[in-house]
Ligand binder design. Structure first.
Ligand code: GDP
Ligand code: GDP
Length: 436
């Protein structure tokens, strides 16, 4: 089941990114400090009352070389194309402006659910004073305040009420994967070559509300795969497709729908900033990851080329130290036959469960090798480890004081887990809980 997509639209300065950030903040961010990863984020995964959804701040996709009204129109179009539910945001301070009316015009024509949010309703009088907004013809205005944080519950209630009713999860024996990477790294070529190697292409299935098309196939062992349609593969000829932010957002949305991400890099030109952003998102979202270095046929090689490339890559993507790297060519098909096997392996690892008794043996040994640190006179104690989830494997550590359970010791414990069990290709999440 694809998760619903919610987009916020509205003219500049009504408070879209303020509200976006308030909703996004509930999420744990593991690599918040990695430069370029979470800064100016316009896409996030969120949850309200057991409803998972993705949220897009269309205001963050700028078209600086275009006239103002075209920018607004493009943003509204993205919302209409991508989202199941649109939050149209206006401001109680300024009232209805011409631009608000233009946006409303565009939204009428779309057959999409629109929720009208009136931001900057900071006090009770302003919250009472929102009736003017009925004239926009988009239903009940919901007063919110990004600066006070009020009204968000009512807003999200109205949003999730519009989500399609989900039936219980279908039993899922297919591994969903996507190919993510910059334009021109060779994603489409890889898709074609991978599908060319497989005997049966079962079907193409409808993705989400968008015109994404996913492809299913089965390998010779009978394992089913679903290849998620990715940005850059099927182009729809829209103006906004060429903007980098849009490409990143589409990639993030494909990552959200995948179990496994093939992170494709051009072997000739190497890693770029945009690559890191997208890889960071996949890591944070807990997806299993295989790094695919494509166009290896174009690289002049001697005996140490592969090793040198690997070392450089590991240095640039330190948090992805668990992801296997494979050097391929979509053109010569070198090593492409390894991909299905690798996808299966990392998918199994991503769903691996370890019994508590075994985990605690590992913990005892770990603490014996490297005793817990003493921070400001207080000794950290890690009493117990237990696995609470898979996809990705998620462990809770019961400690005497989460404040002194620093990143370095967490990282040490995660490395001990990796040394004891096969978690290659999957991130591991570790959560600290206080035990009194
Ligand atoms: P965007 O351009 O629509 O993304 O708007 P921003 O989120 O950047 O906000 C524009 C300005 O409005 C900023 O100065 C915010 O601090 C301010 N702002 C956002 N929400 C509120 C609110 O609820 N009340 C008030 N008074 N100001 C707000
Ligand atoms: P996408 O934008 O990531 O989907 O990239 P494409 O699949 O469209 O490939 C971009 C260009 O790189 C095309 O000209 C491809 O023929 C070429 N290309 C893709 N993979 C390889 C490869 O493994 N080796 C070589 N030599 N060229 C490749």
């Amino acid at each position: 089941m694809a998760i619903p997509v919610v987009a916020i639209v509205g003219r500049p300065n009504v408070g879209k990114s303020t509200i976006f950030n308030r909703i996004a903040r509930q999420r744990i961010s593991i690599i918040e400090d990695t430069p370029g990863v979470t800064r100016d984020r316009i896409y996030t995964h969120s949850t309200w009352l057991n409803h998972d959804f993705s949220l897009i701040d269309t205001g963050g996709i700028d078209f600086t070389d275009q006239p103002f009204i075209d920018q607004i129109r493009n943003q509204a179009e993205i919302a209409i194309d991508e989202a199941n539910v649109i939050i149209f945001m206006v401001s109680a301070r300024e009232g209805i402006t011409d631009t608000d009316e233009r946006i409303a015009q565009i939204l009428y024509r779309a057959k999409k659910d629109v929720i009208l949010a009136v931001n900057k309703a900071d006090n009770p009088e302003q919250r009472q004073d929102i009736y003017d907004f009925y004239t926009l013809g988009l239903g009940d205005p919901i007063p919110v305040s990004g600066s006070q944080g009020t009204g968000l519950g009512d807003l999200l209630d109205a949003v999730v009420a519009k989500f399609p009713v989900t039936t219980e999860d279908e039993v899922d024996d297919t591994i969903k994967f996507s190919l993510i990477g910059r334009p021109n790294v060779g994603k489409s070529s890889l898709v074609n070559s991978i599908l060319g190697e497989q005997r049966v292409i079962v079907s193409t299935i409808e993705g989400t509300t968008r015109d994404a098309i996913d492809t299913q196939f089965t390998d010779e062992t009978g394992q089913k795969f679903t290849m998620i349609d990715t940005a850059g593969i099927r182009k729809r000829g829209k103006v906004y497709e060429s903007t980098e932010k849009y490409a990143v957002m589409r990639a993030q949305s494909a990552i959200d729908r995948s179990d496994v991400v093939l992170f494709v890099i051009d072997g000739e030109s190497g890693l770029r900033e945009q690559d890191k952003k997208v890889a960071g998102y996949a890591h944070e979202a807990g997806r299993a990851i295989v790094i695919v270095v494509n166009k290896w046929d174009l690289v002049k090689k001697d005996t140490s080329t592969m090793q040198k490339f690997t070392e450089k890559l590991r240095g640039e993507l330190q948090y992805l130290d668990y992801a296997p790297i494979v050097f391929v060519s979509a053109i010569t098909k070198q090593r492409l036959n390894q991909l299905p096997e690798l996808i299966k392996t990392v998918s199994v690892n991503q769903q691996r469960r370890i019994q508590s008794s075994v985990l605690n043996d590992v913990l005892l040994r770990a603490v014996a090798i490297t005793p817990t640190p003493t921070v400001k006179g207080k000794r950290l104690r890690v009493y117990y480890l237990t696995q609470v989830a898979v996809k990705p494997p998620t462990f809770v550590a019961f400690v005497n004081d989460p404040e002194i359970f620093h990143f370095s010791y967490q990282r040490f414990l995660i490395n001990q887990l990796r040394a004891s069990f096969d978690f290659s290709g999957t991130p591991i999440h570790l959560i600290a809980r206080q035990r009194k």
